[in-house]
Design a protein around this ligand. Structure first.
Ligand code: ZN
Length: 232
């Protein structure tokens, strides 16, 4: 893509701008279960993506009035581009999905397994500012078990996308159900959204909790056992 074409594309009309940003953003509504990804999302190489993001981020900074000749600022567009593609949005690319190996449940451990307080960093897809939270995940083995650190990796993979918390919760749960071939999975996420605490309503004390229960976890006794482990 030539820089000229890029420039033409980034001039929203005033009315369009208002429409796009106001309808869902501040209400934090999620509109789809799957991350909305374009069919050609991975046609470009990571390097091309970084170059394009660097170009655009420079435009944003200059539009805000910043002097990109300043020593402290001049490397920022390329740093942001690298960080977007290689780190905080790397979970958009299926190539970065963790490979999961399962093990036979040799110990015949048939009780609930809980992995709690998994810290994650994500970003709100409406404002592109951080969501910082903890995930608590539980399952009953259906004959196979998963390496514990792999649960962290799955949480991390889905967190490293522009996200809404409801979708993140469901994506983690569904991935585990698929991998472990069981319905008996539960996920709770408790997270702080910086778009709520550092801007907008500026509520620093609230956090958001979301949950997903399926299979045995729909039984209230089982659910309570999980809640007791996760919140004590
Ligand atoms: Zn937000």
């Amino acid at each position: 893509m030539k820089p000229k074409e890029i420039l033409l594309n980034i001039q929203p009309r005033e009315s369009e701008f208002k429409l796009n940003s106001d309808l869902v953003g501040d209400e934090h509504i999620s509109t789809s279960y799957d991350t909305p990804i374009r069919p050609n999302a991975f046609d470009k190489s990571d390097l091309t993506k970084k170059n394009i993001i660097e170009f655009h981020f420079k435009q944003i900074m200059e539009t805000l009035g910043l002097d990109l000749n300043d020593d402290s600022l001049k490397g920022t567009p390329s740093r942001v581009a690298k960080m977007y593609v290689d780190e905080i949005f790397s979970g958009l690319n299926p190539r970065n999905k963790p490979s999961i190996s399962l093990f036979e449940n040799k110990y015949n451990y048939n009780s609930m397994l809980v992995e709690k307080d998994i810290t994650f960093y994500s970003n709100c897809e409406h404002h592109f500012v951080p969501i910082i939270g903890k995930a608590h995940v539980a399952y009953f083995s259906n004959g196979q078990v998963i390496g514990l650190s792999k649960i962290n990796r799955i949480v991390e993979y889905y967190a490293k996308r522009p996200q809404v918390q409801e979708r993140l919760t469901n994506q983690i749960a569904n991935e585990l159900k698929t991998i472990l071939k069981t319905q008996d999975v539960a996920v709770i996420i408790d997270a702080k959204h910086l778009c709520v605490s550092s801007r907008g309503i500026k509520d620093d004390s609230s956090s958001t909790t979301t949950s997903y229960y399926s299979g045995k976890f729909n039984d209230s006794e089982v659910k309570n056992e999980f809640l007791n482990y996760s919140f004590k």
